[in-house]
Design a protein around this ligand. Structure first.
Ligand code: ZN
Length: 418
């Protein structure tokens, strides 16, 4: 018994060593400017010791530190993707139905490994991954593999299978009664709470609930879970210290989600002035996923010009209405619907829809960290936080597209891409 424990400890130490730099290694970063999560500072330097930021400011020196010169760059906190699906790949490659029905979990996991690497190299050092869409609990294993340094990737908050009302999700269109693989775990009534607890026990950091959906293809979206189901599920998640993300695109689905006390609403295209006011009052964050709508419209033949498809207009209008109501905006594109590593697409669309670049930059760093309750570890450049840092050419607080020009990515104090 004692030997087994010792071996486990040894194994943990060895794998941790592979993922983290020596505790006393010193690195001094010298970019042109530093965005600390809130403000821009010209001439700042950042000192990293081991896996942490130990100092940030203009008059920092450190004897014996390895100096990394980053001229003409802006150093920003590691970017935080608010809504990803590492286990999906773009629908113009393979439809969602075919991914869920015909791709094995092994194949999907290998794809997810490459998706995780692409995400990290794009400067996204953290993702909130909102459901494997039929790939079971494979996200928990991927997260562990990344944490142990087996494969490169962002730190992950995972939702595992996600939860849908019985019969509400897909794939659909089969003989009634025949068991068909589903994109999420089905539950109704008290079963919803059981599903929440099962998923948390299996490793869920965040619980994803579907408040509405199309009951049948071609129909309008309608509520799926009752308000009582949403309330019970949310309470069970909160008891366990997990936050709740609600997929909701209809006014009624959003209303029920807000009443149930969820933490974030995903998509929210059907939000009205009253709904967004309620979100503001209750502190519910909106993840507008503009890039998913944009991508799907393009897959259906839109060339990006006029006339703009109604669904794209609707997503932009709800985003503007939410901002007008001062709702906290999460930066999260539903990446996976479009290519991993293209995460900046959502940020560009946010700026195009009227959000100043500096606010977009805050959304994807400090604001996302606060919304996901990880701001005690990441999301800012400040002594004591983990050294997740990205250097990009140019100034993304003026033009968010600058985030595409990645010069260096550091995660946990270790340079992972240059
Ligand atoms: Zn999604």
């Amino acid at each position: 018994m004692r030997i087994a424990i010792l071996l486990t400890l040894l194994a943990t130490t060895l794998t941790a060593a592979a993922a983290e730099p020596a505790a006393d290694s010193l690195i001094l970063l010298r970019p042109a400017r530093v965005f600390d999560g809130t403000s821009m500072h010209a001439g700042w330097r950042v000192l990293v010791k081991g896996d942490r930021i130990v100092a940030a400011g203009s008059d920092i020196t450190a004897t014996g530190a390895r100096v990394i010169e980053l001229p003409d760059t802006t150093l920003v906190p590691g970017l935080i993707e608010g809504h990803s699906h590492l286990f999906l790949h773009p629908y113009n490659e393979t439809s969602w139905d075919d991914q869920v029905l015909h791709e094995s979990i092994a194949l999907r996991t290998v794809r997810a490994v490459t998706a995780a690497r692409a995400t990290l190299m794009a400067g996204f050092t953290t993702v909130r991954d909102l459901g494997t869409e039929g790939a079971g609990f494979a996200d928990v294993g991927l997260k562990q593999a990344i944490d142990e340094g087996i494969v490169p990737g962002p730190r992950m908050l995972v939702a595992t299978r996600a939860i849908v009302a019985t019969g509400a999700y897909g794939p659909k269109g089969f003989e009634p009664g025949v068991e068909v693989p589903q994109g999420a775990e089905e539950a109704s009534g008290e079963d919803v709470v059981r599903a929440v607890r099962r998923q948390i026990a299996a490793g869920a950091d965040v619980v994803k609930l579907y408040a509405d959906y199309r009951w049948r293809p071609g129909e309008d979206r309608r509520p799926t879970m009752s308000e009582a189901e949403l309330r019970a599920a949310t309470a069970a998640a909160h008891d366990a210290g997990r936050s709740v993300a609600a997929h909701a695109t209809t006014e009624e689905g959003m209303r029920r989600s807000i009443a149930a006390g969820v933490d974030t609403i995903e998509h929210g295209y059907g939000g009205t002035k009253e709904i967004f006011r309620a979100m503001k009052d209750r502190g519910v964050v909106l993840c507008p996923t503009l890039a998913a709508v944009d991508a799907v419209a393009r897959y259906q033949g839109w060339d990006g010009g006029e006339p703009t498809p109604a669904v794209v207009e609707l997503s932009r209008a709800s985003f503007r209405a939410a901002r007008a109501a001062n709702v906290v905006i999460c930066a999260g594109g539903d990446v996976g619907v479009f290519a991993h590593g293209e995460n900046v697409r959502e940020l560009e669309l946010m700026q195009d829809a009227g959000m100043p670049a500096r606010e977009v930059l805050m959304a994807v760093t400090s604001s996302n960290a606060r919304a996901f309750r990880i701001d005690d570890r990441v999301g800012a450049i400040r002594a004591g936080l983990l050294a997740d840092l990205v250097a990009v050419t140019g100034d993304p607080s003026l033009e968010i597209r600058a985030l595409r020009q990645v010069r260096m990515v550091m995660k946990n104090g270790r340079v992972v891409g240059e």
